[in-house]
Design a protein around this ligand. Structure first.
Ligand SMILES: [Mn+2]
Length: 314
């Protein structure tokens, strides 16, 4: 479906429930809030299914739209969700009923009756923006969360996924008179003391491989505990390794539970991050992908380095 067709489809429905992904980021929450506001603006009954992993940084975008129980909604829409595994537990009963999946991940698993999926878009927010415009429902209540969606998924318009379209969409959203300065300050120019302590520890223990081109950073449970960091403090830590000069592949290992590691791979042209993560049952984009791997820190590191080597050298 094109965004125009998706807009027509949504206009033909009512009672719309919006699903977001686990460990929700600015894109999935911003898309959900932006779409929900637009649907209500054109007179639809719409809500976002509550996501228990919401972080304080993004909570206020979705707060006006949460519902704990989606059972009396007839049309289910997912935003920024690439895979079945990525739905929160409370969303599972609705996954089979998805009428429209809106996403921008190349690894999108093709669930749902209809898809509006554009992998060349940096943020799902760019697609939702087009849908909202096609519904003739763009207003500040949609523009603010959509700006958060687009800006956070591009690291404030500096990640390699950023395109001229990203900037055009952001400009159009800014022209709605939204308080984008506060969004930028909150997401890109503010770090908690705990966050800075985490970054300090990660940088002081990072390791280099493959002639310095591959960097591995670790966030074991013990580190999270020692600085008493919350989920919000640990958001997007995977961007840190890419800052190191001379590297083109950064592997960030975050221990979620004893021996269970969420691995994020960020890479340049030499290495396809999705190919690396696919070897461990994960997926994502060419330059940014993730997977979950079990083992000791050393085992997981060795597995990932071997996979990077295979992808880089065939
Ligand atoms: Mn996204």
């Amino acid at each position: 479906m094109t965004p125009v067709q998706a807009a027509e489809f949504l206009k033909s429905r009512d009672d719309i429930l919006i699903l977001t992904h686990r460990r929700p980021d600015g894109d999935t929450i911003g898309c959900a809030a932006g779409l929900c506001a637009a649907l209500r603006r054109i007179g639809k009954r719409a809500a976002i299914l509550y996501n228990e992993e919401i972080t304080p940084n993004n909570a206020h975008y979705a707060e006006p739209y949460w519902t704990e129980d989606g059972s009396d909604f007839t049309t289910v829409v997912s935003v920024d969700v690439a895979a079945y595994d990525l739905f929160p537990k409370n969303a599972k009963p609705y996954v089979e009923k998805i009428a429209l999946a809106i996403d921008h991940h190349p690894s999108f698993e093709e669930f749902g009756e209809n898809h509006c999926v554009y992998p060349e878009r940096a943020a799902c927010g760019e697609i939702v923006y087009e849908i909202v415009c096609a519904m003739d429902a763009l207003a500040p209540e949609s523009a603010l969360p959509l700006y958060a969606a687009v800006s956070t998924d591009t690291g404030c318009f500096v990640y390699t996924n950023t395109t001229p379209n990203t900037h055009r969409v952001a400009a159009a959203l800014m022209e709605q008179g939204i308080d984008y300065k506060t969004v930028n300050k909150r997401h890109f120019r503010t770090k908690t003391k705990k966050r800075l302590a985490l970054e300090g520890a990660m940088l002081s223990t990072m390791e280099f491989f493959d002639e310095g081109r591959v960097v591995v950073l670790q966030v074991p449970c013990a580190l999270m505990e020692s600085v008493q960091a919350t989920e919000a403090d640990a958001e997007d830590l995977s961007a840190l390794g890419g800052l190191v000069e001379g590297t083109d592949c950064s592997i960030t290992m975050r221990e979620l539970d004893a021996g269970v590691w969420k691995v994020s791979v960020r890479s340049g042209k030499r290495i396809n991050a999705t190919e690396v993560c696919a070897k461990h049952g994960g997926g994502g984009h060419a330059a940014a992908a993730g997977c979950t791997v079990r083992g000791t820190a050393d085992e997981v590191k060795a597995m990932l380095l071997a996979s990077v080597d295979e992808v880089a050298h065939g």
